[in-house]
Design a protein around this ligand. Structure first.
Ligand code: SF4
Length: 594
């Protein structure tokens, strides 16, 4: 009798390290052959378009599934329709796990199993692994020939992406091409992880069907929705779905997969819980962070640890010039900032962090902070947006995962320190899921007067990009919106730094790129949620909506609420967004005192 069922998600988890299967057994975590778990795994692997705070990583649960699943299911349907019209024949898929075609393979006394998202039997068998991600990350795998940048993929007449080596086999000897291509073979890379999922399926199916073709089915990043709705449903062109042909690449990787499956089986059989070296496979601070992180990292201090060094991915260099990455140091027992010799820190920012850890004192570059605050123009418009990164476009002019704005909050600070939390607060909140963007733009432009005052945001790239997108979609407001963009002032640049800003203010390159402020309570992060408690007593704890993801859930669930719950939700959203802009007022108030 076979010992155990190994699904795709079991395989991917157990492949992390040899300790994982044993810990999984000890902690009696539900095994991953559970269908809901398998579904969750697929969802998690499609979430790289979300911006997530460090402390939210492990909080993705059924709530997220509930909110996003309708869109994910729709993507499967769109892809199934595309496959049907393209390949003809018989197409089988299911928006619930268990409805899809199941393949099993008996291997070394273990059951390998997989459900195929879309199975098509026509001239060939076509196997499609659907991912709610976009083609952007694949098209962006670029290299250059004679100075001309190009993707390693090309699109055929059926809108299917293929590796360019199919047209030009000489590319397999082109180093730059191969560097990008190798990312597809890296299970820790955002493009490789999906290839691995497909590869596992191929390994299971290969024994039954030798001539199948293997594709990833994803959303076309170039598709722009024209806004057509029929009976409340968006109508998409078939070009919204796109296939990537990975038949040859997965064939090439089959021997690797076989070795790895053997390795996983060995780990399950050995059942060895002893500690292993920490490594990239723990996927720290990523959506796929290992669930046993707290156990394996329990010896790493929660404050001022080596993991809190800024830019630690660049590594550390000894006085003899030997380079170490942070996992090497961790595994050699360098757990705290203090334990890393000062002269191994080649970056000034890391030296500052280490000094703060040693002295438990804050670091300030007073002159830089003062000069940045000194260029502010009043009134200051403290601005924050909330958005819904919907996997499928909902409104005219949107693409997949457009950060569709549904709310803004503005606090107007008329003179330094003159701002009332309630009276000087302005906001817009979409009442329902219909296209409220024009109203949002109109109210934004009315609120932010053409008076030259600074428009303060925290981490400007998000707001800047959203405003640019709106300017394109609503040309009648374009001039006003782009003028607002020119007035954006990033508070993060004052707290952290920004080379361009401080060079323009007359500081040399080294000082411009050196942080302006550090406190050990930042834990190596300058997110507003980390910065705020240092400068203010304000807290998000206990709020009904207390972070960006909860705001997304609250908005996305509008249709599920009755009138009373909707009212409560809207009030919670208002409070949350108001808190975000008030936080900037508070932080600036304290920075002015420096
Ligand atoms: S935290 Fe890292 S070392 Fe520990 S079980 Fe997970 S992957 Fe392995």
């Amino acid at each position: 009798m076979n010992e155990m069922n190994i699904t795709k998600s079991t395989f991917m988890e157990y492949l992390r390290c040899k300790r994982y299967p044993a810990l999984n057994k000890i902690y009696k975590r539900k095994d991953t052959d559970d269908l809901e778990k398998e579904r969750y795994y697929d969802l998690i692997s499609s979430l790289d378009n979300f911006e997530i705070d460090d402390d939210q990583i492990m909080s993705f649960d059924t709530e997220h599934l509930d909110v996003m699943m309708p869109y994910f299911s729709k993507i499967e349907v769109l892809l199934a329709n595309k496959v049907s019209s393209l390949f003809k024949g018989e197409t089988r898929y299911g928006i619930k796990y268990g409805e899809q075609k199941l393949f099993l393979r008996d291997y070394l006394n273990f059951n390998l199993s997989c459900f195929v998202d879309i199975y098509n039997k026509s001239e060939h068998t076509n196997i499609i692994e659907v991912k709610a991600t976009t083609s952007r990350k694949y098209l962006d795998l670029g290299f250059s020939i004679d100075g001309v940048k190009q993707s390693i993929f090309y699109k055929d007449d059926d809108n299917i992406l293929h590796l360019k080596e199919k047209l030009d086999p000489d590319l397999l000897t082109n180093k730059k091409y191969m560097v990008q291509r190798n990312k597809l073979k890296d299970r820790f890379h955002s493009v490789g992880v999906y290839v691995y999922d497909l590869l596992f399926q191929r390994f299971v199916i290969e024994e039954d069907i030798k001539d199948a073709k293997y594709y990833l089915g994803i959303v076309n990043s170039e598709y722009v929705f024209d806004g057509t709705y029929i009976e409340d449903e968006p109508i998409y062109d078939t070009s919204i779905a796109i296939l990537i042909d990975l038949t040859d690449l997965t064939k090439e990787l089959l021997p690797v997969m076989e070795d790895e499956i053997k390795e996983v089986i060995k780990r399950i059989t050995e059942d060895d819980e002893t500690k292993v070296k920490l490594g990239n496979y723990c996927q720290l601070k990523k959506m796929r962070q290992c669930i046993f992180k707290d156990i394996c990292y329990s010896h790493v201090p929660l404050k001022n640890s080596l993991l809190e060094f800024l830019d630690k991915h660049h590594g550390f260099k000894t006085s003899e010039g030997e380079k170490y990455d942070y996992f090497e140091l961790l595994n050699d027992g360098y757990l705290t900032m203090e334990s890393v010799p000062h002269n191994w820190l080649t970056r000034k920012n890391n030296q500052i962090q280490r000094d703060c850890a040693l002295t438990h004192k804050e670091y300030f570059d007073i002159a830089k902070i003062r000069s940045a605050v000194g260029i502010l123009k009043y009134p200051i418009y403290h601005l924050d947006f909330e958005s819904f990164p919907c996997p499928l476009p909902r409104y005219r002019g949107e693409k997949a995962y457009a950060q569709s704005l549904f709310q803004f909050s503005i606090h107007i600070e008329r003179e330094p320190g003159v701002c009332d939390k309630e009276k000087d607060h302005y906001e817009f909140l979409a009442y329902d899921h219909s296209d409220n963007r024009e109203q949002l733009v109109k109210e934004l432009c009315e609120c932010i007067k053409d008076d030259g005052g600074s428009v303060m945001v925290y981490n400007e790239s998000f707001e800047k990009t959203r405003i640019k997108e709106l300017a394109k979609i609503f040309p009648e407001y374009s001039e006003q919106l782009l003028k607002i963009n020119e007035r954006l002032y990033d508070l993060l640049h004052v707290v952290k730094t920004n080379s361009k800003l401080f060079t323009s203010l007359g500081y040399d390159d080294e000082r411009s790129k050196t942080i302006n402020y550090y406190h050990e309570n930042l834990h190596g992060s300058f997110s507003i949620k980390k910065v705020l408690p240092i400068f203010s007593n304000l807290t998000y704890k206990g709020m009904v909506v207390g972070n960006g993801m909860e705001a997304v859930y609250a908005y996305a669930r509008y249709k599920q609420y009755d009138e009373t719950s909707l009212k409560v939700t809207r009030e919670a959203l208002t409070k949350y967004c108001q808190q975000d802009t008030w936080a900037m007022v508070e932080i600036l108030k304290e920075l002015r005192k420096i």
